[in-house]
Design a protein around this ligand. Sequence first.
Ligand SMILES: Nc1ncnc2c1ncn2[C@@H]1O[C@H](COP(=O)(O)OP(=O)(O)OC[C@H]2O[C@@H]([n+]3cccc(C(=O)O)c3)[C@H](O)[C@@H]2O)[C@@H](O)[C@H]1O
Ligand SMILES: Nc1ncnc2c1ncn2[C@@H]1O[C@H](COP(=O)(O)OP(=O)(O)OP(=O)(O)O)[C@@H](O)[C@H]1O
Length: 248
Amino acid sequence: MARDYAKELEARVAFIQSQLRDSGARGIVFGNSGGKDSALVGILCKKACDDVLGVMMPCQSKRNFGEDMQDGLAVARQFGIETTTVDLSDVKTALTDAIAPVGTVSDAASANIAPRLRMATLYAIAQSRGALVAGTGNRSERYVGYFTKWGDGGCDFNPIADLTVGEVYEFLAFLGAPENIIQKAPSAGLFEGQTDEGEMGMTYAAIDRYILSGQGEPQDVEKITRAHARSLHKLRMPATFGGMQDAD
Ligand SMILES: Nc1ncnc2c1ncn2[C@@H]1O[C@H](COP(=O)(O)OP(=O)(O)OC[C@H]2O[C@@H]([n+]3cccc(C(=O)O)c3)[C@H](O)[C@@H]2O)[C@@H](O)[C@H]1O
Ligand SMILES: Nc1ncnc2c1ncn2[C@@H]1O[C@H](COP(=O)(O)OP(=O)(O)OP(=O)(O)O)[C@@H](O)[C@H]1O
């Protein structure tokens, strides 16, 4: 059964406002990719706080320049979200070149550089403005570890971490977000032609079904539970000898 999105909106706005109050921050920054998750996070943050900055950060991928940028701008325009662009393409080249003497950067490691550069960029902007960094990972991708550890997974708070991909789309429809955002296939844009489902070898429908009901085709359940077990380390604080002393 669909959630009551009017209530969800109210509760999430209160959550975001409490994060600001408790931290003493005056605003929020988030990475605006032109995709569904960042659209939803941007809209929720803007409804909670006036001072919200969406940062568009192309980093070599073609996806991050053309249509996605237009989609990101369309959401920002519709909901009055201030937007800026920081092009990280040359930074990625410089970093890869600097690492080269140590050894070749593998394709997988290279794909994870962009999310980590975006995280560093957001924190630099946020600290300079007295703002918090909002995370955009949804429950489905978090469950199977489909995000970059300390990259797009790095944030101060996340207002959509409990929502499956299906629920993210439902919420966006409720909020009246642009159709383009709701229609396109989810892609991390980390390499040419990438779609999330193609790379993961499983559909979000199967992941969502399993998360919400514990049910699924045996081969889907096997893949999902294996991916979850393998990536649990991404959802936890780093292992520290002696445990997490003094954290409470
Ligand atoms: N058991 C363990 N305990 C503690 N740490 C462990 C570990 N196993 C690996 N690690 C560490 O984790 C690292 C691997 O994790 P990570 O760096 O995340 O890298 P990776 O496992 O490659 O996960 C990233 C995946 O997420 C996708 N992605 C990234 C960004 C955004 C999106 C999106 O759609 O939103 C998707 C990307 O395409 C890729 O498939 C290892 O290099 C190692 O340092
Ligand atoms: N070009 C970009 N500019 C700004 N932020 C980006 C960009 N690409 C990714 N991000 C940030 O990293 C997060 C993870 O994005 P990614 O494109 O990998 O896929 P996603 O999880 O489907 O998210 P989204 O639906 O928001 O695109 C985004 O939600 C956004 O906050």
